[in-house]
Design a protein around this ligand. Sequence first.
Ligand code: 5GP
Ligand code: ZN
Length: 116
Amino acid sequence: MAADSCLFCRIVAGEIPANKVYEDDQLVAFNDINPQAPMHVLVVPRTHVATVNDLAPEHDALVGAMMRRAAAIAAERGFAAGGYRTVFNCNSDAGQTVFHIHLHVIGGRRLGWPPG
Ligand code: 5GP
Ligand code: ZN
């Protein structure tokens, strides 16, 4: 998908506004527009990768950075000890709607398991 038609590429580029909570040279994190919990942040890579199925060895450090950023965001909000959830949805059965990988970081309430 071309970057100009990908919603999260456009948020990364600053063409569509988002409530950003973190950014560096690899990643941007912003609040989900439809939060499912008091904390619902999306951690996205600046580079376009459509789904988890499209990850390659060259992305290993990037995905590690995404996970560690999720943990840092949860920790700075006081959820490290109590717990939180990180989720990558992949394709239709998991409900993926935006085809630029994003790590959901969800917390601030008791979360049910198994997921719906
Ligand atoms: P998915 O279902 O693909 O795993 O998650 C996509 C997420 O992106 C959803 O939780 C949805 O609420 C969020 N989202 C969709 N459009 C926008 C938007 O324009 N801005 C922000 N901040 N979040 C969005
Ligand atoms: Zn994209």
